[in-house]
Design a protein around this ligand. Sequence first.
Ligand SMILES: [Zn+2]
Length: 173
Amino acid sequence: MSKLQDQDGFVGIEQLPTLDANTLVVDAFKRINQLNSRGFIFENRQRESYVDAVTLAEAMASSSDVKAGLEDAHATLGWLFETPETASAVTAFNTTTLSPDEDPDRIAEAARQGITLVESDADRLGVLFPDLKLFELGTRRIYFVCEDGDRNLSPDQGRCGYCGKPITGTIVA
Ligand SMILES: [Zn+2]
């Protein structure tokens, strides 16, 4: 029996997109919403961190600098995380090596240390969250909402894909 995968706080790698600095912002949110994920693993210069997509979307929708930058259709995650407003969405991982049938006490101890990237030998297995409520969206999605209330699955270029008006906020629904 694989104990690690049964832990409440564990999310397998198949539910968490791994995105890098060259990923387009537009594509990032499409991937997140396809998986009904709440976040992603961000790889930048050989370092990984966890990004909470809801916090990120809220920060983006409330920042005029970010919205101005998104007018460039080639805006990347690398660019986005150079913007101070979005930094609060990024959390450094604890990294730990656990085997799939690890001692539950050791798993619990790792979970207490914070959001933990779990690796076994050379394989990345997933992420261990102290509280799974931090992660789960289930069937809900992150929408970028325009002045008129239209719901977009990605921020596109800071404007609504239906009516062209500015994105003014986010909702999770
Ligand atoms: Zn609209």
